[in-house]
Design a protein around this ligand. Sequence first.
Ligand SMILES: Nc1ncnc2c1ncn2[C@@H]1O[C@H](COP(=O)(O)OP(=O)(O)OP(=O)(O)O)[C@@H](O)[C@H]1O
Ligand code: NI
Length: 353
Amino acid sequence: MKRENGAESRDERPLLTVENLRTTIHTKHKTVSAVDGIDFTVDRGETVCIVGESGSGKSVTCESLTGLIKQPPAEIVSGTVEFAGTEILSADDATRRSHRGSDIAHLFQNPQQSLDPVYTIGDQIVETIRIHEQVDRQTARLRGIELLRQVGIPRADSRIDVYPHELSGGMAQRVALAISLAADPTLLIADEPTTSVDVTVQARLIELFRDLTDSGMGLLFVTHDLRVVAALADRVLVMFGGTIVERGPVEQVFERPAHPYTQELFQSYGTIDHRTSRTTREDIPATGCRFRSECPYEIEACSERTQPPSYPVAAESDHVVSCVYYDGEHSPAPILESGSAVNHQTDMSNTDE
Ligand SMILES: Nc1ncnc2c1ncn2[C@@H]1O[C@H](COP(=O)(O)OP(=O)(O)OP(=O)(O)O)[C@@H](O)[C@H]1O
Ligand code: NI
């Protein structure tokens, strides 16, 4: 959503700009490059979806952005994260905290991580609303109940008084979402918020996310469900082995997945397998194309450089791929047989209530 007029230069810049983000995880026996030099942006009103198999670095990316990742074992080795004109990765804790929870809301993959076990849902939601707005408790409570309804919590007026541990996984995920939204965030980072909910609720949540981005919120969304991506995303980032192998507008990526990994991923129509990657982390090369040992098209050039550079898939396209087959020398690029990609027209909103 671009502003028509009166936009100051500050507003012309993306809401979020991430550059060269690298996060390693130190364990007793080894150090894993969980996120290995990634760049991307999220605009106001835009939905950017991150897809990729289990272990590809989606959650570590999200948690690094807000500095919420546990250090140690994690270590943010490099990178800049600019949010609304301010560098937040190197900011002191107070600055970062002031961005977290208000301007930036972070919904963890594990919802209990977003909830405080010692307070009721109502206490947490009322408190969040009252931090951001001068309203009395009763007004905030009514608004809290409304928010719980919006995220699809049945009997919201009584559920508001329960404790987090009394909620199922899917319910906790939605409650955590309601609490995030109570802060009226400018950017919502949501790590698999629709995973353990039924289709009806999923359709309702997708509607809700659309309304929020229509009114200007930026949304960074992690999911394994390509149908959700099709229904929601403006742009897609495909991750493999801690790197972004392909990115672009959702229609283009779905119509013509360019990276051999994306092609493979999209052939398993619908939900990406939740299995851990076939190769263990140790088998993923540390430089060059991370996918090359599993790629049917591997050539010598795949192991050159730190990562293959990004090439446009078509001339002057925002759809780019990090694969040497697109450098103009090694063509023809591997092309997926037509018809195997997911139809991006899939409409989730038609599910019966
Ligand atoms: N606390 C941790 N200790 C050790 N390794 C970790 C830890 N957290 C993440 N990792 C490693 O970092 C890599 C990236 O993990 P991440 O959780 O970001 O994957 P993901 O893409 O979110 O996967 P999923 O789809 O399963 O949520 C993986 O190899 C994972 O094993
Ligand atoms: Ni994850």
